[in-house]
Write a protein that binds this ligand. Structure first.
Ligand code: PA5
Ligand code: NI
Length: 192
């Protein structure tokens, strides 16, 4: 591709590009009401000010070139909708067999993953930990802590995002707070 070498700053604690060279995309509760187990609680939160769930950076790099690497940070705020922790939408990659690396910068959380065949897995992630999400595994970040969960990510630039499958079927598992601690439970709304 004709991309020239460049440098971007991402703060190690906040995750933000403080120079302002790139701007994050924001997602609020209203962007994903149907993804939460307790949609009534989600709608009430939208009415009550529609809190910001997360922000993430995507760069203006070619999306049709398998040689490009897309990268940036995700900043996922702490909080809950009902008993379910704040989370990202989650997605498969459109080119299903493309992997992704996440590196924890600050805060604590979990990556919830599943394959189209129904394998499920989840891994805790925190500062200094690198998480490998293999190709074929849908991935959703979940903030189980009290500080923003900040992670740096890298993936093949033409991988693409398939949000539709998760929007229709949901994830097989949910991460909720039980007795003050994270618990992974079956998603009652999951559709075969
Ligand atoms: O590439 C990724 O998996 C991340 O950059 C996510 O896109 C980011 O965390 C936002 O999540 P989502 O795309 O599921 O809304
Ligand atoms: Ni991804």
């Amino acid at each position: 591709s004709d991309v020239k070498p460049f440098v971007l700053d991402f703060d190690l604690v906040s995750g933000f590009c403080t120079s302002g060279k790139v701007k994050p995309t924001q997602r609020r509760v209203s962007d994903m009401v149907a993804q939460f187990a307790n949609e009534t609680a989600a709608r009430a939160m939208v009415e009550g000010g529609d809190p910001l769930l997360y922000e993430f950076y995507g760069l203006d790099l070619p999306e049709d070139d398998s040689g490009v690497l897309q990268f940036g940070t995700t900043i996922l705020y702490p909080g809950k909708v009902g008993e379910e922790y704040f989370m990202t939408k989650g997605h498969f990659h459109t080119i299903l067999d493309t992997s992704e690396i996440y590196y924890g910068l600050s805060g604590h959380g979990m990556m919830l993953m599943e394959t189209p065949e129904g394998q499920v897995d989840w891994k805790e992630i925190g500062p200094g930990e690198a998480l490998y999400v293999p190709g074929r595994w849908a991935h959703r970040s979940i903030n189980t802590g009290t500080e923003p969960l900040v992670m740096f990510f890298v993936y093949r630039g033409d991988a693409g995002h398939d949000y539709g499958t998760i929007e229709e079927k949901g994830y097989r598992k949910l991460v909720v707070e039980r007795d003050g601690k994270p618990a992974v439970i079956d998603n009652p709304k999951w559709k075969v």
